[in-house]
Design a protein around this ligand. Sequence first.
Ligand SMILES: O=C(O)CCC(=O)C(=O)O
Length: 262
Amino acid sequence: MAPPLETFESSADPEHVIAAFERDGGVIAKDFLPPSVIDTLVEDMTPHIDAVDWLNTGDFDELGAEFFGRKTKRLHGLPGLSPATSDVALHPLFHAISDATQSPHCHGVKISTTELMVLGHGQQAQVLHRDGDSWGHFPTPRPEILVSVNVALTDFTQNNGATVVAPGSHKWAPGREAEANECTKALMPRGSALLYSGNVIHGGGANNTDDIRIGFYCGLLLSWLRPIENQLITTGVAALQALPKRMQELCGYSEAGWDVYP
Ligand SMILES: O=C(O)CCC(=O)C(=O)O
C-alpha cells in the first residue's frame, strides 16, 4: 500500500492543502462539513436511496454494470433533493483548490455532476480509472479539467468501500496503470471529504460489510467543457430557482457564460 493521502483540518491554510493536492492528486479534509449538515444530507437523501434499486441508473451493458456497480445505487440532481447540496458545492476549501488549479485554464467552473454513491454489501472494487477520461480528447498528463469532492456521509473504512487512490498518478505518463502497492484507501470518518484531481487514478473500494457506504460527490469542471449532468433536467428549473445565485451559476442556470467571469 502507498502511504495515506495527507489529512488536513478543513480550516487549514489552503496553500498547504493545495500544495499536497498538487503533489499527490488528492487530500483528505477532516470535518469538511459540520455534523448538523451531514445529518441533514443523510436525512434528505435516505428516502431517495430507499426508493431505488441497486444499479439503478441505467440500462447497462456488462461493462457499464461492472463499472457503475451491481450493488451500487447512484442518485443525481442532488440540489433538488437537498438544499444542503450547496454546502458541499460552495465549500471554500473546494473552491480554493479549484481556483488554484483550474483558473489558469478557464474563466470559471461549472458543476460537472452531483452524485450520491451508495455502495452496498457485496459491491466489488471498482475498476480504477480517471474521471477526467470522460473528456478523453485531452491526453494525459493534462491540465486540471475536473476537481472533485467525495464527502463521507458514513465512515469510509478499510472494508466498506473507502475510495482507492493512487497518489501521484495524476502526473503519470499515458498508459501507466496503478499496481496495488501504489494505491491507498481514503479512510475517513463521516463528515470528512476526499478532494481529488480528475486526473488521479482511483475507484470505489469493495464493500464487504453489511452496512452501506455513502459518498456525496460533486465535481467542478472547466466552464468551457460540457458537464456530464444537465442540472436543468436532473434538478429542474423550479428547484434551481430556489438556490443561491452562485449555486445557480455553477449548475448552469444562468443566461450566458459571462456572468461567471471574475
Ligand atoms: O465510490 C467511490 O468512492 C468512487 C466512485 C468513482 O470513482 C466513480 O464512480 O467514478
